[in-house]
Design a protein around this ligand. Structure first.
Ligand code: SF4
Length: 86
């Protein structure tokens, strides 16, 4: 049996959003990676991508209690390329 991913464990009704990086606009400044390493890392081309403990690559699940810190990072990202998935 496959280990369950975080997505499989989501409980219906729990507030979460998905965040990703539009890599083509990333300047590789590393601000997000330094400030929020639990959600951002650099790929092998030094472009940022989101993750949850190395899973959900560039589709990280963010629970409500962390929305504000992601939002703050969005506002200081020079590439304006950290986005919520609609
Ligand atoms: S803050 Fe923005 S531009 Fe800088 S590495 Fe992160 S996603 Fe890229």
């Amino acid at each position: 049996m496959q280990p369950k991913s975080l997505k499989d464990n989501l409980v219906e009704g729990v507030d979460y959003k998905i965040v990703y990086v539009e890599k083509i606009d990333c300047t590789s400044c590393c601000s997000c990676v330094s400030n929020l390493p639990e959600y951002f890392r650099l790929d092998d081309q030094d472009l940022s991508e989101t993750h949850n403990h190395g899973e959900n690559i560039n589709s990280a699940i963010i629970f409500k209690e962390d929305w504000e810190k992601i939002q703050n990072q969005m506002e200081i990202c020079p590439g304006e390329c950290i986005l919520w998935k609609e």
